[in-house]
Write a protein that binds this ligand. Sequence first.
Ligand code: NAD
Length: 437
Amino acid sequence: MNNNPSISVFGLGYVGSVTAACLAKRGFQVVGCDISQAKTDQINSGVAPISEPGLDELISQQHEVGRIHATTDAASAIKASTISFICVGTPSTASGALDLRFVEGVSQQIADAIKEKKERHAIVFRSTMLPGSTRQLAERFFSEVSHLVDVFFYPEFLRQGAALADFEDPSLSAIGVLEVSQKTDSITGVLEKDTEVVLVESAELLKYSCNAFHAAKVAFANEIGRIGKAVGLDSSKVMHLLCQDDRLNISSYYLRPGTPFGGSCLPKDVSALCQKARSMGVAVPMLDSLLESNQRHLESLIERVEFSKTRRVLLVGLAFKAGTDDLRGSAMLELAASLLLRDFDVKIFDPDVAPRNLVGANQRFAAAKLPSLDSLLVSDLAVALKGERTTLVISKPCVEIVELKKLLGGDEEHHVIDVNGWADLKSIAPSYEGLCW
Ligand SMILES: NC(=O)c1ccc[n+]([C@@H]2O[C@H](COP(=O)([O-])OP(=O)(O)OC[C@H]3O[C@@H](n4cnc5c(N)ncnc54)[C@H](O)[C@@H]3O)[C@@H](O)[C@H]2O)c1
């Protein structure tokens, strides 16, 4: 006897027909539903409605053993299942915005069918949607039947051309729930092992982040490719070598939201590369945008300080990263200079930085950007924080957390802006915000 739940798959395009066939292969009884009679007829004849390696054979086998069929009647598909996967299209409008027409249409049909059926049903959106969409759909279409439905957003990461293998062994699996207390028991059997459970908005943003990252990788490789071609070399070799570095390049390194990039190398070298490309007439809009993007990020930090509504600001951490006194290209140094121009009362705490020890280019950079550095540096945090509510912009953990806790515990209710996600900070600061969270 088959104890697997029956599943309906709405939308039998590239994602839906692969999903339907692979779920049938796993032993689920699957009913596909599409507004296209031609597509449902194809499934019911054991033929794949789209072209994807291996899919024709799989649908033919599953059709033969009676585990897959299709219909254009949404109500009957809902009646025959306890879980629905939504794989309808989410195209772009003429202006480039996301068009939710099809997910809205299918949500209405499903809500109507569940009202009739009056039994518990899980709705798993797999169509790619912007943050906030699943919650909006749940409120707009399923609030009347909220006691009967469990709504999830479960992003799909398959690639066309390798879709069957990707479905069997996804590169990533995360599911979005509407509330942290929402259980995934109703769909346990269809979730991949070790699926991360997050809020729907995080799962929605995750899908877009992945696609944006893939697009950024392709654009980056192509821009390096064009520069390589212009200087007469084979840039595929260069990129091959770049990928050999799995510590800094192909890794999670440099992929944490936080401080704008800085230091003596990244700004200078990005700038030189873009200049070289321009001199050869090679357009590199993505590389060109990096310094501007970095500047925008610094400005967003300045905005956070301005919103905090204190005139006194203490920067904790000044050098461009922990464990160095290098101030060249330091975003915190730029921040200090910008805040002084805006008339903030700025103090800086960084035990790694002693102006008398700064030499050479480091000293010249600091003197040019922040001539008053000497007078801004403090060594006693207690004195710096006494008497007035202060915004602390903390970019590195250069003070013991227990000491910081004591200092923040006074009457002033100091505000903390955490630039780099220092895990312990949130629990000790009376007023806390993360730069990117
Ligand atoms: N194609 C991919 O590689 C891929 C990968 C991951 C995620 N996605 C996302 O998955 C979603 C589906 O993509 P796709 O490429 O399979 O789209 P698609 O256009 O190939 O298929 C969508 C199907 O939905 C059907 N449909 C529309 N309204 C319907 C309704 N009310 N009821 C039933 N069926 C209905 C359409 O007839 C069509 O057959 C999109 O949001 C897409 O962004 C796509």
